[in-house]
Design a protein around this ligand. Structure first.
Ligand SMILES: Cc1cc2nc3c(=O)[nH]c(=O)nc-3n(C[C@H](O)[C@H](O)[C@H](O)COP(=O)(O)OP(=O)(O)OC[C@H]3O[C@@H](n4cnc5c(N)ncnc54)[C@H](O)[C@@H]3O)c2cc1C
Length: 401
């Protein structure tokens, strides 16, 4: 039940913490704003087009959540925390944003990522089961496991209702005493010492003690000097295919979220909130402009997705395309996140570089950034901007292994 207006006004008036402006109401900014409100900060959250808008990287219908991250325990631990926070949020608000379906990992010749994930998850005491292809074939006859040599199942994984969760997080920010403004911060942002106020396109300037920029694929153009190409938007096509009427084999009750590590990494979500059987290729697409880019999929992309379906899910060989989305990864050079102070302004934080795997982390990211902003934690060099002076490996290696 919503708090009465008088209670909210007094909650806002009682808050004594710093005035924090969070720019961007996607997965990273929305959860950061909510956590800061809960810690007593006076928060103004702004977004140019609204939470979970269709241009935002968080604006898709669904996103996978899993803790398997190869050998990168930093992300496994963050995902474990995020899984717990998503569950707690659903228990408290009854919205059902997190659907536990489990995740099925299928490996062809190279199962290095699977072996590393298994070791890391076991060390972190997260359940992960190994299955033989023969056992998996009996359990999921709707999947053709030809060419698959090893299989892992992460039972606690699943998917999230992405854009709807973003909207709800902003509702909570406001309900718990923060402010939300639909406004665009003028770009680029030039820094000359500590920032006190930001120009807003067509509106009053935004004043605060601390600024958090969580602007996803726009971070590079907002900060061409310090972020620039370190956040590169790449075009990613997502397809939703229609299953036969009444056919329960491709619903989330019958099969988990799946990831196919073949020559390309293809993944999908069954059921997918009744939007169709989701299929997407994780390979980074061409550079894309998140503001002006046309979001219509290519015929070649539809054909490739259909060919994959015919091979791995033969009963869907002639499935019609019901819908599609063109989104963008906000890719950092090593696929690791950026969580750092602006080098020229200690009261400005830059949070992004989700690189195709950020959505699930939203609530854990919110906790982390709130701790940094309130001085309860120090930035981790792993997520620093300075690391780009010494690249640590290729995006593909880092993201999935
Ligand atoms: C197709 C696809 C599939 C993905 N699958 C997964 C997955 O399965 N699991 C997973 O964990 N992650 C996944 N990701 C990645 C994940 O969605 C992103 O990493 C994450 O959503 C990024 O969130 P963000 O808050 O950093 O950015 P965004 O969601 O883009 O939010 C940034 C916000 O900033 C606002 N903004 C920008 N500029 C301004 C300005 N000047 N003034 C005011 N507001 C501004 C925008 O309107 C936007 O709402 C996927 C991404 C894509 C594209």
């Amino acid at each position: 039940m919503a708090a009465p207006a008088a209670a909210l006004t007094s909650r806002r008036a009682r808050a004594q913490g710093p005035r924090v402006a969070v720019i961007g109401a996607g997965a990273f900014g929305g959860w950061t704003a909510l956590e800061l409100v809960r810690r007593g900060a006076r928060v103004t959250l702004v977004d140019a087009w609204g939470p979970g808008n269709v241009r935002a990287s968080s604006g898709g219908e669904t996103r996978v959540i899993r803790a398997g991250y190869g050998s990168r325990a930093v992300y496994t631990r963050m995902a474990v925390r995020a899984l717990a926070l998503w569950r707690a949020h659903d228990e408290r608000f009854g919205r059902g944003f997190f659907r536990t379906t489990g995740a099925l990992w299928m490996f062809g010749k190279d199962d290095g990522f699977g072996k590393a994930s298994l070791a890391t998850l076991r060390a972190e005491r997260v359940a992960m089961d190994e299955l033989s292809p023969a056992v998996a074939q009996r359990r999921w006859p709707q999947i053709d496991f030809t060419g698959i040599t090893s299989i892992l199942v992460e039972p606690g994984a699943g998917y999230l209702l992405a854009r709807r969760a973003c909207e709800h997080v902003v509702e909570r920010v406001v309900a718990e005493g923060g402010e939300y403004r639909q406004a665009a911060v003028a770009s680029p942002v030039r820094m000359t010492g500590a920032l006190t106020s930001l120009p807003v396109t067509g509106g009053a300037p935004l004043s605060a003690d601390v600024f958090v920029f969580a602007c996803g694929p726009w971070l590079g153009s907002l900060f061409p000097d310090v972020v620039g190409k370190h956040v590169t938007p790449t075009r990613q096509d997502v397809f939703y295919f229609g299953t036969p009427a009444g056919d329960a084999r491709f619903t989330e009750d019958a099969m988990p979220v799946w990831v196919d590590f073949g020559s390309r990494l293809i993944y999908g979500i069954p059921g997918n909130a009744n939007r169709g059987f989701k299929v997407a290729d994780d390979t980074a697409g061409p550079v894309f402009d998140p503001t002006t880019g046309q979001r219509d999929v290519t015929a070649a992309g539809v054909k490739a997705a259909g060919a994959f379906l015919a091979r791995r899910f033969p009963a869907l060989a002639t499935a019609p395309l019901l819908g599609s989305e063109v989104c963008q990864y906000e890719a950092s050079p090593d696929s690791n996140y950026i969580i750092d102070r602006h080098p020229a302004a200690s009261n400005v934080w830059i949070v992004g570089g989700g690189s195709g795997h950020g959505f699930k982390m939203g609530p854990a990211m919110g906790e982390l950034v709130a701790s940094l902003v309130t001085g309860q934690a120090q930035p981790d060099p792993f997520f620093s901007l300075a690391r780009f002076a010494k690249p640590r490996g290729t995006a593909a290696q880092e993201k999935w292994s």
